[in-house]
Design a protein. Structure first.
Length: 305
């Protein structure tokens, strides 16, 4: 029972990140400023957590092999920078529910990668699930409706977001699975913060004009909704296994839709809600099939470290 509670809690917290992010952006904070502050604060929080669980010493814990430098740089570029920045640029232009749905599609890309690479055969379930995801996504976007709550630029950023997220998990799964999660996310967010600072050293000018309320919300979205769910999900995987955790984790999308309705007054028509159900069902089917060898299992093995 505890495992399910941990996993559901992780889904709720992940969903609240999108809602808080949308609210902060709507209040006038730029996507770049929000993403930069988030990766900086998350890096500091993850470092503190990692140090508190480093009986072997800080240097030993955070030392990485030279051959892995390029992979850590890539997860920082694609994960910490690509995912967060693309997500917030997307949320500036689309509703929170649609933005969350686009990010939610990253397991589909991972599945397609393994199918193309020959690691996994294309089963009938795979074929059906991929078609269902496509149909469900079109329904959520209300592509054939009279009015849209998104722009094509927003959809483009959403696509970039889930492609970067899929690449992040593939690198984590195939190249960096030997490292603890706290170390991976420390370098992921830390490298992203460094890249963003180099690209825009004047970002601090935007930070100093933020209201205390916005700064407090950004601290929450960085330390709570970014870091906390990683450990909640890891604990859930340990207690109930990766397959069950994968299925329960699909609650993130409908929870986001519900929170968007309650706090952002975003309303989906019945056909869009049907699309959410189709996407969640298909992603769950695709994710469960590969969960025993996927990123969730890596989390399970490394979180204890």
């Amino acid at each position: 029972m505890k495992g399910y509670l941990f996993t559901i809690s992780a889904a709720c917290v992940y969903a609240s990140q999108v809602i808080l992010g949308k609210y902060i952006l709507t209040a006038g904070t730029s996507a770049w400023t929000l993403a930069f502050m988030q990766v900086v604060i998350s890096t500091l929080v993850m470092f503190v957590i990692g140090v508190s669980k480093a009986p072997e010493g800080i240097k030993a814990k955070y030392t990485i092999q030279r051959s892995d430098f390029k992979w850590f740089f890539l997860i920082g570029l694609l994960g910490g920078l690509g995912v967060q920045l693309a997500l917030y640029y997307c949320l500036e232009r689309v509703d929170a529910g649609i933005g969350s749905m686009l990010l939610f599609l990253h397991p589909v890309v991972i599945c397609i990668f393994f199918l193309i690479s020959g690691v996994r055969k294309l089963t009938r379930l795979n074929k059906i699930a991929l078609v269902v995801v496509l149909v469900g996504s079109l329904l959520v976007l209300n592509i054939f409706g009279e009015s849209h709550t998104w722009t094509w630029v927003g959809i483009m950023f959403g696509v970039i977001c889930f492609l970067c997220c899929a690449a992040f998990f593939l690198i984590l799964d195939l190249k960096l699975s030997q490292y603890p999660i706290s170390v991976i996310f420390f370098y992921d967010w830390g490298i992203a913060a460094l890249i963003m600072l180099i690209l825009n050293p004047m970002v601090f000018k935007n930070i100093v004009v933020l209201s205390p309320q916005m700064i407090a919300l950004i601290i929450i979205i960085s330390s709570v909704t970014t870091v906390l769910p990683s450990f909640l999900l890891a604990k859930g995987v340990i207690l109930i296994g990766s397959e069950r955790a994968t299925v329960v984790g699909t609650l993130e999308l409908p929870i986001t839709v519900l929170l968007a309705y309650l706090f952002l007054s975003e309303i989906m028509v019945p056909m869009q809600l049907l699309g959410v159900v189709l996407v969640v069902s298909a992603v769950a089917a695709l994710s469960v099939e590969g969960s025993k060898s996927g990123p969730l299992e890596r989390v399970k093995r490394s979180v204890k470290e």
